[in-house]
Ligand binder design. Structure first.
Ligand code: GDP
Ligand code: FE
Ligand code: FE
Length: 198
């Protein structure tokens, strides 16, 4: 439905086809399908809310690049690359967003700060997210492969107001974690507080 964006060769170290091949090699088939879905959802949101489609495509495809890296590799990077050592008290759900940009830079040679920032905040959000960050945050939640009950409403809201879609996702995620007594990473609360003040 959407034109496949062509990545300008001087700005990005690979074509979309080359990036797809790298991701296919790095990710399980299930997650590979997920990132293609997030790219599609991100392109739709980029058109609707006026973001750069090349950045939406690459950030959508790369957002879970580091999700299947092993815990020991994460611990090594966190301890040697000047990350907040409190991250060691958390798990892959937190690490793959915050440490993901390190792996994307070192393994893919991709350095676009706007894309790396969108990967960074795709799980917890962040106060004052850029449009691209909000797009990736929401696209991850509503991509065509998602089928939990709340996704129907989230897709509707994402069609009318991107910021409302962020808040719906944040509150649903906090509800989910509280109900199951799963620790909430403080940055998710910071995102909630910022959106609640809007
Ligand atoms: P995915 O990578 O496409 O599966 O999606 P996300 O990156 O958005 O989330 C990854 C996982 O992290 C999901 O299972 C969320 O429920 C979980 N998650 C989100 N926020 C928090 C949090 O504050 N604390 C913990 N422990 N898990 C969270
Ligand atoms: Fe993720
Ligand atoms: Fe994801």
């Amino acid at each position: 439905m959407f034109m496949t964006p062509i990545y300008p060769t001087d700005a990005y170290p690979f074509s979309r086809a080359e990036l797809i091949e790298k991701l296919k090699a790095k990710l399980s088939p299930h997650r590979f399908q997920h990132v293609l879905g997030v790219e599609q959802a991100a392109l739709e949101l980029a058109e609707r809310y006026g973001a750069n489609p090349v950045q939406a495509s690459i950030a959508g495809l790369c957002h879970d690049y580091a999700k299947e890296i092993g815990d020991d590799d994460y611990r090594k990077v966190i301890m040697t690359q000047q990350f907040d050592l409190d991250l060691l008290n958390w798990n892959n759900n937190v690490w793959h967003g915050y440490v993901g940009p390190y792996f994307i830079e070192t393994e893919l040679g991709l350095h676009d700060p706007a894309i790396l920032q969108a990967v960074h905040s795709h799980t917890m959000g962040r106060p004052k997210m850029s449009t691209l960050e909000q797009i990736i945050f929401v696209a991850d939640y509503i991509e065509p492969g998602r089928d939990f009950p709340e996704v129907v409403r989230a897709r509707e809201v994402a069609k009318s107001d991107l910021s409302d879609a962020v808040m719906l996702e944040v509150t649903n995620t906090i509800d989910y974690l509280v109900t199951r007594k799963i620790p909430i990473y403080p940055d998710l609360i910071l995102t909630f507080n910022d959106w609640a003040k809007k």
